[in-house]
Design a protein around this ligand. Structure first.
Ligand code: 5GP
Ligand code: ZN
Length: 113
């Protein structure tokens, strides 16, 4: 499958990895939009959160919790961070493999454009 995040998960494309286990990978975004900007992905290809099923709900919880833990580890715990999941065209998703963005290290605007 021609999916860039599957290739990163398989080690075929390099990434600045932060954490990895049997089911997920955490790595720095290649074009950071904040001083801290990393992505949390499942290793299994799921095209977006809109395609998750009830069986994926525990995986989603673990991905989200790992995002929170990593944000603490990277110094964003006290001031906070933003966790974003862009979905499909209206959500602004550009890579069709489920990923959680974590952004921190500066004050973020709300609402997004
Ligand atoms: P989306 O717009 O789909 O929510 O976010 C995709 C994100 O993946 C973007 O922030 C983009 O910078 C990041 N990205 C795209 N290609 C690569 C890559 O090859 N390596 C890394 N580390 N990040 C990537
Ligand atoms: Zn994929």
């Amino acid at each position: 499958m021609d999916c860039i995040f599957c290739k990163i998960a398989a080690g075929e494309i390099p990434a600045k990895k932060i954490f990895e286990d049997n089911e997920m990978l955490v790595f720095h975004d290649i074009e950071p939009k904040a001083p801290v900007h990393f992505l949390v992905i499942p290793k299994r290809h799921i095209s977006s959160m809109m395609e998750c099923t009830a069986e994926d709900s525990e995986l989603l919880g673990r991905l989200l919790f790992r995002a929170q833990e990593t944000a603490w580890e990277l110094g964003c715990g006290d001031n906070g961070a933003r966790f974003v999941i862009n979905c499909k065209s209206d959500g602004g998703q550009t890579v069709e493999h489920l990923h959680i963005h974590a952004l921190g290290g500066r004050k973020l605007e709300w609402p997004p454009g």
